[in-house]
Design a protein around this ligand. Structure first.
Ligand code: HSE
Length: 409
């Protein structure tokens, strides 16, 4: 008999316990191991809960029990999760976590500790909830030279944008609805300002490109400033506005991770990802591109990924090195600044004739792809040309009301 300890009995932690007992026999058959949830660590008590007798308040109880081989960390945040996870790994227990902040900020350290103690630190649930993406990246797709990853990594903002696009709701009304439905927190900043998606793209970037990428290295812009006029203009140009977390490798080997609202054209599969669903597109030299799609959050979808990790841990006897990465590079020679970002762009403007857009585009040396009375789309260019285009339009008396890059696939 081996025991699983669950740290944190909130939404995800309680989902882990529920799903484990629902499918215990199948999980035991799959792993060939008799398993039990031995402990649930939480500050609170849960009188009346069917698993109330498993609740403990001291991590030491878990650390001292040699029968605990596997730990599901579902607390969230860095403190005290980092300390607890570190001590579990040092005590020879494998850990599976759903905690994206912990992995984005401390992943390299925890992976190193896991390696030194011949155990695993798995984090499938930290990106995309139920979607298998971490494991495919370092196993099924491992033969590829992966050049880019881009996706809808936050369900709350995707729900809000969908309501703006398809139900004509303002950002404020759509946010209120998301809060009513329990998708957005009372303080929605982590979702709407892009922080949540930023942590997820840090994890994907680190895993794919092999060096730790920290949240403060990622250009991050949320969706607070996106207006109904912006989504309507995107629609006129044959696209939808989505919050896109992306990373691509530049020609010189550096990488450029970003989180920002982007126009996704209707011929991209990503444009059809609606509601709270997430999707991740991966580009590799063998696969061309592959998309992963599913529920990016929620109790049982996230629990499914945590338990999948634990099942893998039970079957594996030593550290899985293929999912590790190195500490962050010294200096700033790995993550390129956003000034090196290239993309087509949509500009929303004050009323302007297409002749003016065409003249300015020619002067700046960018392709004019499409125009409307209140905006235009130009071809792929860097920040310098994009800025020049904006300046020259301004000199013509045209006000630039917003600028949204277009996802080029
Ligand atoms: N709040 C996140 C989302 C879920 O809306 O996608 C957890 O990462």
């Amino acid at each position: 008999m081996k025991k699983i300890a669950v740290l944190g009995y909130g939404v995800v932690g309680s989902g882990v316990v529920e799903l484990f007992y629902r499918n215990q026999k199948k999980i035991e058959k799959n792993t060939g191991t008799s398993l039990e949830v031995g402990y649930i660590l939480d500050l609170r008590d849960f009188p009346g809960d069917p698993y109330a007798d498993k609740v403990v308040h001291d991590i030491q109880v878990i650390l001292d029990d040699p029968e605990v081989g596997y730990v599901a960390e579902c607390m969230g945040g860095v403190n005290p999760a980092f300390d607890f996870v570190r001590r579990c790994l040092e005590a020879g227990k494998s850990v599976a976590t759903s905690n994206k902040q912990l992995v984005a900020e401390k992943g390299d350290i925890l992976l190193q500790i896991a390696k030194e103690h011949h155990v695993n630190f798995f984090f499938e649930a930290s990106v995309g909830g139920a979607i298998p993406i971490i494991r495919p990246l370092h196993t099924c797709l491992a033969a590829n030279d992966i050049s880019a990853v881009a996706g809808i990594l936050n369900g709350t903002t995707n729900f809000i944008l969908e309501k703006m696009i398809h139900a004509n709701m303002s950002f404020a009304d759509a946010l209120e609805l998301a809060q009513k439905k329990g998708y957005a927190e009372k303080d929605p900043s982590a979702d709407v300002d892009g922080g949540d998606a930023c942590r997820k793209i840090c994890i994907l970037s680190s895993l794919v490109f092999g060096k730790h990428v920290y949240p403060d290295q990622v250009f991050t812009r949320g969706i607070r400033d996106v207006t109904l006029e912006d989504v309507k203009l995107a629609c006129d140009f044959g696209g939808v506005v989505k919050l896109i977390g992306a990373v691509k490798r530049l020609e010189d080997g550096r990488i450029l991770p970003t989180v920002m609202p982007m126009v996704v054209l209707n011929d991209s599969l990503l444009s059809h990802v609606n509601g709270v669903f997430n999707a991740v597109m991966v580009w590799g030299d063998g696969i061309d591109k592959t998309m992963f799609y599913g529920r990016g959050a929620g109790k049982l979808p996230t629990a499914s990924a945590v338990l999948g990790d634990i099942i893998d841990e039970v079957k594996k006897k030593d550290t899985v090195l293929s999912q590790s990465w190195e500490p962050a590079a010294e200096g700033n020679d790995f993550v390129a600044p956003v000034s090196e970002f290239y993309a087509p762009r949509c500009y929303r403007t004050s009323p302007c004739g297409s002749g003016v857009f065409a003249r300015v585009a020619e002067e700046v040396g960018v392709e004019l792809i499409n125009t409307r009375e209140n905006g235009c789309m130009i071809g792929s260019c860097g920040q310098k040309k994009a800025e020049a285009f904006k300046q020259k339009l301004a000199a013509e008396g045209v006000a630039i009301l917003s600028r949204i890059p277009v996802l080029a696939e």
